[in-house]
Design a protein around this ligand. Structure first.
Ligand code: SF4
Ligand code: SF3
Length: 545
């Protein structure tokens, strides 16, 4: 076995990638990512001690956050960048130790060092399988994957200068806990649930950061067609990058379009005002090979999900932030609060052809909590009159697996008196279908990115209050969620921490859930998988509410 990774829905054979990632991750990259996480855990151990003694831990906080983010599926395939990050970890850790001064017997993980030539070997020894007990491994990894999603959201908020100290404290505590062999399965399970409540906090933080910076998303029609100007396509999740790109392209003759998870940028008042912000091009991340090719212009990846680029467009792609791919130009982060320089992209785009039109028309979105709550009366009336029988939360991720056609078929076959609440790139499976509306309320309400699943929770809690219910599970809401990478894990844990039960996840259950850990989730939270559309529809629609 040259690698082992089972963190995403596409894990080979439903158990784990052992030769090369289905995502394109090479064994060498996988070893380096394992070593990066190992290093970051050591940094967390030393950071906890430093914090106790009152030292400034800002470097370690950012380091661990970024290291977790970089190892998310489809974020960073660049061995040189990951190697650099491991070395930085040694520096951050040793700098803290120097401050601490007192003689402490650090565990091996907080003491290890290796030369760059040893990284591969070291990395292959410290991966997922280094935890032997299947259930402990499952719980540790569930926690780590939740932390990865949390770190990604915390990082977007951080870029807008919003921080939540409690979330950072939890991140380190949880990192350290995965190195502690004395913890029982029950204690680890409790940490997984605590991860969920911190997931709610971090999504609330990012929601605050995004809405205070760019206004509340509002109902918007998004153009799907193209214009004849040279253009830049921006993908990923980082709204600060979106803002900077729009500012730096204004008046240059270069248009801006969103791809995949950046689509919801079209719903923010501060972005909509730019005349050269044309709309959305294409679909979810996994269609990028064809869509980046036909786009013709420059592409900026601000985060996951990157598909290893084809030779014929690799020179037009740029990455920034946690994203990276060997041979792709990277726009460096700025450390002193100054802005990123996208001028190279603009000059590059000017030399390229305008996009080929692959579709026309419009889609409607922008149903985040503020907007939906403005429509609350209308929605409540529709529920009371029976015009809306049930809501279906179908948030989450899209992916290339054939079985994901299920979600298109499910959306098509849903009774006409149901409404889909969505967020994340899962929406591309049905957001262009003519599903109509109910008394003017569209049957697909898109709240935004995967992190905007927070909005769906706020809406659910508000409805619970309006209908004077004791339990969020008494609402006429069913949860049929699609997952792919680790952001979906923090969203799932967040929903569990809010008391939501009977969530179904598909198209397959995570490979990293051992039978015993899966049983805990099924017994306590009614978590389920998916089967076929007809059976699931019958199960979800009953009992009629
Ligand atoms: Fe396999 Fe997913 Fe890991 Fe990639 S991220 S190596 S596809 S399990
Ligand atoms: Fe999509 Fe990667 Fe998960 Fe943000 S962009 S939801 S898969």
């Amino acid at each position: 076995m040259s690698m082992f990774c089972y963190q995403c829905q596409e894990a080979a054979k439903g158990t784990g990638c052992t030769v090369q990632g289905v995502c394109g991750k090479k064994p060498e990259t996988s070893s380096l990512q394992d070593l990066l996480l190992y290093t970051a855990k050591g940094v967390s151990i030393v950071r906890q001690e430093a914090k106790k003694l009152g030292f400034d831990t800002a470097d370690a906080d950012l380091y661990v956050m970024e290291s977790l983010f970089i190892t998310i599926t489809n974020a960073n395939f660049d061995d040189a960048k990951i190697t650099e990050k491991i070395k930085l970890g040694f520096e951050v850790r040793e700098a803290l130790k120097k401050q601490i001064k007192s003689i402490i017997e650090w565990p091996a993980i907080a003491n290890f060092s290796a030369s760059e030539s040893e990284f591969q070997v070291r990395g292959s020894l410290v991966g997922v399988l280094s935890t032997e007990d299947e259930d402990v491994r499952s719980l540790r990894e569930l926690l780590i994957y939740g932390l990865k999603g949390m770190a990604a959201y915390a990082h977007h908020a951080y870029n807008l200068k919003y921080n939540d100290a409690e979330v950072i404290e939890f991140m380190h505590k949880a990192m350290v806990s995965t190195t502690d062999d004395t913890l029982t399965a029950d204690e680890l399970t409790a940490l997984v649930l605590e991860c969920g409540s911190n997931g709610v906090s971090v999504m609330a933080l990012l929601d605050k950061a995004n809405t205070e910076s760019y206004g509340n998303p509002e109902i918007s029609t998004v153009n799907l067609g193209v214009r004849k100007n040279p253009a830049i396509l921006i993908s990923g999740h980082d709204l600060k990058d979106m803002e900077e790109l729009l500012k730096q392209t204004e008046g240059t003759g270069v248009d801006v379009y969103t791809h995949s998870e950046m689509l919801p940028a079209n719903y923010y008042p501060k972005f909509k005002k730019y005349e050269h912000f044309v709309g959305n091009y294409g679909n979810a991340w996994w269609k990028q090979k064809e869509e980046f090719e036909s786009f013709n212009g420059v592409v900026l990846m601000t985060t996951n999900c990157i598909v290893p680029p084809k030779e014929n467009y690799i020179d037009r792609i740029y990455t920034t932030g946690a994203a990276g791919f060997p041979g792709v130009k990277h726009i460096e982060d700025t450390k002193d609060g100054s802005i990123k320089d996208f001028s190279g992209l603009v000059e590059h785009a000017k030399k390229l052809a305008s996009p080929v039109e692959i579709e026309t028309g419009e889609i409607v979105g922008g149903f985040a909590h503020n907007q939906v709550l403005q429509l609350a009366d209308k929605i409540v009336d529709a529920v009371k009159s029976g015009a809306i029988r049930k809501f279906f939360v179908m948030a989450g991720c899209d992916g290339r697996m054939k079985g994901r056609d299920y979600y298109t078929e499910f959306a098509e076959k849903l009774p006409k008196d149901t409404v889909i609440l969505t967020a994340g790139c899962a929406k591309y499976r049905y957001n262009k279908l003519p599903l109509g509306d109910i008394n003017g309320i569209p049957r697909v309400l898109d709240a935004g990115q995967c992190n905007d699943s927070y909005s769906l929770a706020v809406i659910a809690l508000k409805l619970k209050e309006v209908f004077e219910l004791n339990d969020i599970n008494e609402l006429p809401i069913a949860y049929n969620i699609a997952w792919y990478e680790q952001k979906a894990i923090i969203v799932l844990l967040a929903l569990l921490s809010l008391g939501v039960k009977n969530i179904h996840i598909g198209p397959t259950l995570p490979a990293f859930l051992s039978p015993n850990v899966a049983k805990v989730l099924i017994d306590n939270f009614g978590i389920g998988g998916t089967s076929d559309v007809e059976s699931d529809m019958a199960m979800f629609m009953e009992p009629a509410v």
